[in-house]
Design a protein around this ligand. Structure first.
Ligand SMILES: Nc1nc2c(c(=O)[nH]1)N[C@H]1C(S)=C(S)[C@@H](COP(=O)(O)O)O[C@H]1N2
Ligand SMILES: [Mo]
Length: 163
């Protein structure tokens, strides 16, 4: 059902919003990022810019962190908004269809120039899959990304096994 709301944007915003696949696909052409493999050959699909979603929800000045929630597997990451505002995209479509769960759908966050795992606050680990809620928070919000190498290796093992 393409009218079903798949993404909620709330927290430190003036206008909390909920978007469906159809609404994401209907966003203006200049807010769409068609074919993300153009900036990351390992990725596929079409996206909208994070900036366009945030301008719809109207981030308050108090919303300094972007906290991405994936309830599907209870994974959460919170990153400084300034570091991702212009580089973040939300992949929602693959081959003209909603992004499937197996590819991180319904919505996958990607940072165009993410550093390698655990090398910075904004790293590949912050490329959250199955995003269903984006919360603007005043300071760092909930984040359960792995903090040491062992935890991180475990997570990747579970991911490879399909959880
Ligand atoms: N929902 C969710 N998103 C996630 C993860 C996860 O376990 N669950 N793992 C993260 C980590 S640690 C990494 S390095 C990247 C891996 O993305 P890839 O499988 O597309 O390479 O996804 C990130 N996003
Ligand atoms: Mo990671």
């Amino acid at each position: 059902m393409s009218d079903e709301k798949i993404l909620r944007v709330d927290g430190e915003v003036e206008r909390p919003i909920e978007l469906s696949y159809a609404e994401l696909a209907a966003m203006p052409a200049e807010q769409q990022v068609v074919d993300v493999s153009r900036f990351d050959p390992a990725r596929k699909g079409d996206a909208v810019t994070l900036a366009s979603i945030l301008s719809l929800a109207k981030t308050k000045p108090s919303g300094t962190y972007l906290t991405l929630h994936a309830s599907t597997d209870d994974f959460h990451a919170s990153v400084p908004l300034a570091a991702v505002h212009d580089q973040g995209v939300l992949v929602y479509r693959l081959d003209g269809q909603p992004l499937p769960l197996a590819k991180g759908g319904p919505v996958r966050f990607l940072v165009r120039d993410a550093a390698s795992c655990r090398t910075a606050e904004v790293d590949e680990c912050a490329n959250v899959k199955f995003v269903d809620r984006i919360e603007l928070t005043a300071g760092r919000g909930f984040d359960n990304r792995p903090t040491d190498e062992e935890e991180h290796a475990d997570l990747h093992r579970r991911e490879a096994e399909g959880h």
